[in-house]
Design a protein around this ligand. Structure first.
Ligand code: A2P
Length: 316
């Protein structure tokens, strides 16, 4: 498996297992199966509501001798209601407790959006706290403390724009090493790729298959399906592989990590074989024509009436 290498020499397998939308009840089997297939990178988050079950799966896999902690790369994310002083380490400890781990490999600020401590998901404007009231820099200092306390080997962010990433990198003692963002042929974010390559920040592509199983409230009417795209499908026919494998391989060819989610053993195995499919420059070129700058995860849930967050200031 190809890896991304961090400044201190640590390596993260480029292909990881996504666990957003994997419900308790199905995620245990998915993680156990993934580890048996060979996955060594699991992408988690407190807000996915399934870290306890993932923790049981990891412990059982390690106890069964299938994998050791050192061979695993585990990422998790700080939820929006735990930004700010004194909140980050308790949130990370909860995640470690749930995952039954002593440390994470990577901890990310999930969104550049802050919520009141008592709010899990906002319903009204008053549920939000603005970034001027609770600056990212303050949260970042707590993230840095997580590294110093050896609770996470690496820290980074998710859903950050180039502007926010640059601001943070210029003001931090430990610069962010990862930005996890939505990336696929409909949303290629070439400027972000260039900036990250020039500034030693790695990228992880989320929703690489178009995230078709997300709740209907998060879906746009008439959205185009990535897996049904005729060009992606025709590349798959040329390669005698599946469209999902083309999409995963496309992300790896661009030098990013990628975290397709599946809870199905055949699709887990199929996705794991994607790095073997090497796309030619011509095939990459065909896929690069698909960029419509379209997000599946628009962030509209942060811009409800009365919120200090707008789509303009979120994706600035
Ligand atoms: P399932 O979990 O039943 O396999 P994303 O990673 O972009 O969020 O996409 C996840 C969605 O894509 C889920 O609905 C998942 O279903 C589905 N999926 C995962 N792997 C494949 C595949 N190889 N072919 C088709 N659909 C897939």
């Amino acid at each position: 498996m190809k890896n991304l290498t961090f400044q201190n020499g640590d390596t993260m397998p480029v292909l990881g297992l996504g666990t957003w939308k994997s419900t308790p009840g199905e995620v245990y089997t998915a993680v156990r199966e993934a580890i048996k297939i060979g996955y060594r990178h699991i992408d988690c988050a407190a807000i996915y509501g399934n870290e306890k079950e993932i923790g049981t799966a990891l412990t059982d896999a390690m106890n069964a001798g299938e994998v050791s902690r050192e061979e695993l790369w585990i990422t998790s994310k700080l939820w929006n209601n735990a930004h700010g002083k004194g909140r980050v380490i308790p949130a990370l400890n909860q995640t470690l407790n749930d995952l039954q781990l002593d440390y994470l490999d990577l901890y990310l600020i999930h969104w550049p959006v802050a919520l009141r401590y008592s709010v899990v998901f906002p319903e009204k404007g008053d549920d939000f706290v603005s970034l001027s009231e609770r600056p990212i820099e303050e949260t970042w200092q707590e993230m840095e403390a997580c590294v110093r306390k050896r609770l996470s080997r690496h820290i980074g962010v998710s859903n950050f724009s180039v502007k926010k990433l640059g601001d943070l990198a210029s003001r931090s003692d430990i610069p962010p090493e990862m930005n996890q963002i939505e990336l696929h042929p409909f949303l290629q974010q070439k400027e972000m790729l260039k900036w990250c390559a020039e500034n030693n920040v790695h990228l992880t592509a989320y929703s690489p298959l178009g995230s078709k199983d997300r709740p209907s409230a998060l879906k746009n009417k008439n959205e185009k399906s990535l897996l049904d795209d005729p060009i992606a499908q025709s590349v798959a026919r040329q390669k005698a592989c599946s469209t999902a494998q083309v999409l995963i391989s496309w992300a790896i060819e661009r030098g990013t990590a990628v975290i397709p989610k599946s809870v199905n053993s055949e699709r887990l195995a199929e996705n794991f074989r994607s790095p073997d499919i090497r796309l030619t420059l011509e095939e990459m070129d065909q896929l690069s024509k698909l960029d419509t700058h379209t997000r599946y995860v628009t962030g509209e849930f942060w811009s409800i009436p009365g919120s200090p967050y707008t789509l303009e200031n979120l994706w600035d």
